[in-house]
Design a protein around this ligand. Structure first.
Ligand code: 5GP
Ligand code: ZN
Length: 111
């Protein structure tokens, strides 16, 4: 399958892993939008939030996101966990990924 994030999981595309569990991997976003911007993905290919059937996978993703937040200190200052899904949300990579963003004051609503 031609999926860039599956290739990162397989080690075929380099990414500096900042966290890993049995079912999820965390690595910095290549184009960070904040001082801290990490992507947390399930090791198994799931295209989007619309395609999740086994929701326990998402528990592993959020568990690792929480660990990354604690390790980077953004749990103290505040952080955002975002999953873009589909066209209107500008989902560009079709392997589900949780953006962990922090380290600066953010706005709401998102653009
Ligand atoms: P989306 O818009 O699909 O929610 O976000 C995709 C994210 O993946 C973007 O923030 C983009 O910078 C990031 N990204 C795309 N390709 C790569 C890559 O090869 N390596 C890493 N580390 N991040 C990537
Ligand atoms: Zn994939």
């Amino acid at each position: 399958m031609d999926c860039i994030f599956c290739k990162i999981v397989a080690g075929e595309i380099p990414a500096k892993k900042v966290g890993e569990s049995a079912h999820a991997v965390a690595f910095p976003d290549i184009n960070p939008v904040a001082p801290q911007h990490v992507l947390v993905i399930p090791k198994r290919h799931i295209a989007s939030l619309n395609d999740v059937t086994d929701w326990s996978v998402m528990a592993h993703v959020y568990e690792l996101a929480g660990k990354v937040a604690r390790e980077t200190g953004i749990d103290k200052t505040g952080w955002r966990a975002v999953i873009n899904t589909g066209r209107d949300a500008n989902q560009l990579v079709h392997h589900i990924h949780l953006h962990v963003v922090g380290g600066r004051q953010m706005e709401w609503p998102p653009g």
